[in-house]
Design a protein around this ligand. Structure first.
Ligand code: AMP
Length: 141
């Protein structure tokens, strides 16, 4: 299917919609999930117009992995949690709600986690998200 250039992450990349940024480089952008499933829920996206993992160029795939490593470590440190859960959806059928490839980084478990909120359900307070982003940024190597 053709890439939808009107999706919200494409708009964020073009500067047409806001985001709470934690990291950016030539090929990737990381920002806070606006409806976090737990505090610290962060997204990593490629700048390439790609809907799923299977549409990523090798350059974007490698760059995303590098950014997930870099930002993931900072998310865990900032949220005082020793691990992370990384996941991503490919296609509507698999539960993908934004058709631009992204990794989710969660500083906690998904399975068996009582405190886990629903997926893309409840908007967080922007000031609280910014405060968490500031902590993550301070923990980036
Ligand atoms: P997925 O269902 O895997 O496509 O995940 C999409 C994620 O994007 C969800 O966790 C949403 O909460 C999140 N999301 C949707 N719109 C925005 C936005 N404008 N800024 C940040 N995160 C968003």
């Amino acid at each position: 299917m053709a890439y939808d250039t009107d999706n919200i992450f494409a708009k964020i990349l073009r500067g047409e919609a806001p985001c709470i940024k934690v990291y950016e480089d030539e090929h990737t952008l990381a920002f806070m999930d606006i409806m976090p499933q737990m505090d610290g829920h962060t997204l990593v996206i490629p700048k390439q117009e790609a809907e799923t993992l299977y549409d990523l160029s090798e350059t974007s795939a490698l760059a995303c992995m590098k950014t997930v490593q870099h930002v993931g470590k900072a998310v865990a440190k900032a949220m005082n949690f020793e691990g992370t859960t990384i996941f991503q959806h490919n296609g509507k059928a698999a539960g993908q709600t934004v058709p631009h490839f992204h990794f989710h980084i969660l500083p906690g478990p998904i399975f068996g986690a009582k405190a886990l909120k629903g997926h893309a359900v409840e908007f967080a307070d922007t000031d609280e998200l910014q405060a968490i982003a500031d902590k993550i940024i301070a923990c980036l190597d």
